[in-house]
Ligand binder design. Sequence first.
Ligand code: HQG
Length: 219
Amino acid sequence: MYLFDSTLTDSVDLVICSTCGMSEGRCGCGKGEVILSGAERKRISKFLSGMLRHFPEKYGIEIDRNGFASLESVIAILKERYGVGESHLRAIVQFDRKRRFEIVNGKIRARYGHSTDVDVRWSESGRIPERLYHATSPENLKSILSVGLIPVRRREVHMTEKPDEAMEVGFRHSRNPVLLEIDAERVMGSGIEIRKKGRVFTADRIPPEFIRVVEWRRR
Ligand code: HQG
């Protein structure tokens, strides 16, 4: 039995201070200024996810084969829509708890979650946990236990190391999600690649024999 205890949130203010630099919530000396409220930060982050993962053409930005857009083009759009600039974008990226975005050499991309045709077959180095978690709505269970986890509308299946983080996702789909444990070691042993992308782990598919339902209740 797994005891669920929710603590994750990205809706804390982002603060800049001449002494302490950039921080989340109050800075060390307390003199910092809020550059983005928690709500603004969340709104912009959701917009970025939508644009970089699903609808770049809607906003006229070009995404390369690896999912990168020029930082300049993204900043221009954020300026127009939200009146914010590069420092705001960098703060959003830096403090994102799920490490959703990555800035490299003047370009930005979403690490995961795509529905568009970008090359998703890359992985950060680092350990792949032996067990991974995914939570879903109860209506999906029968199908998942029969054909496995498939990407549905996205390019990959998404999993997390921590059951709590999977449950956060599950609650977006259902008030009473089903928690699934994936035997990642056996998945990889069967020749299916598992990729690490920030705090998220992805695969092309997870066959049903490596999936088990975990009972849970609130702490
Ligand atoms: C389900 C968010 C029936 C699957 C999250 C899920 C994640 C099946 C839904 C990331 C199935 C797809 C992705 C099958 C899978 N039969 N249903 N065979 N196989 N499904 O939104 O994992 O916060 O595409 O269980 O944190 O919920 O936005 O996937 O319920 O990391 O950064 O089909 O998006 O990231 O739903 O979420 P989604 P997801 P952000």
